[in-house]
Design a protein around this ligand. Sequence first.
Ligand SMILES: Cc1cc2nc3c(=O)[nH]c(=O)nc-3n(C[C@H](O)[C@H](O)[C@H](O)COP(=O)(O)O)c2cc1C
Length: 184
Amino acid sequence: MKALIFSGSTRSGSINRKLTGALILKLEDAGFEVTQISLSDYDMPIYNGDWEDKHGAPESAKKLAAHFKSHDAVIIVSPEYNGGLPGLLKNTIDWLTRLGDMKHYHSPVFGIASCTPGAMSGIMCMRQINYILGRLGGEVLPVQCGVGNAGDAFTDDGLLARDNDIKLAEKFADGLKTRVARKG
Ligand SMILES: Cc1cc2nc3c(=O)[nH]c(=O)nc-3n(C[C@H](O)[C@H](O)[C@H](O)COP(=O)(O)O)c2cc1C
């Protein structure tokens, strides 16, 4: 079982990258072989139809699509910007859809997670990502791993510190494993 994980934030001190690190350990415990990538290595111009007519889809979009195809689960760990998903992530998804809907990929199971400084744990952005992936025909795990109050959510070693977050992350990883196994 192979899982691809990336954050919707490329910021060096990103709390979502912290959550990504903590989730990788839980995914490995659940039996996944995990590949972590950074969207900073998959630069894409803001989608524009004229640009696409001239150049086609960016190579980075094709490379990312190949990653989606070769993994059983894809986990997106995203910051919430103004009650929604960041432009970086939306632009990345928009380009990917120019190569075929998610259902035309090897159809990984998608998992969504988010970390916020405040208590709300990114529920609005996770709901949007869930909607977009579902609309594209993607299979999305209903359990989402939202971690709020990031200031005291992690130990110095980068592990999740609070029992409720640990339990949620384990449920999330186990849920992905079950879904992937069911697909066969
Ligand atoms: C443009 C912008 C909009 C934001 N909007 C929200 C928001 O709607 N909800 C929220 O919880 N945090 C919001 N924040 C705060 C982010 O959650 C915070 O900056 C977080 O650290 C970003 O994630 P990162 O650390 O992974 O980069 C916003 C931050 C920015 C820069």
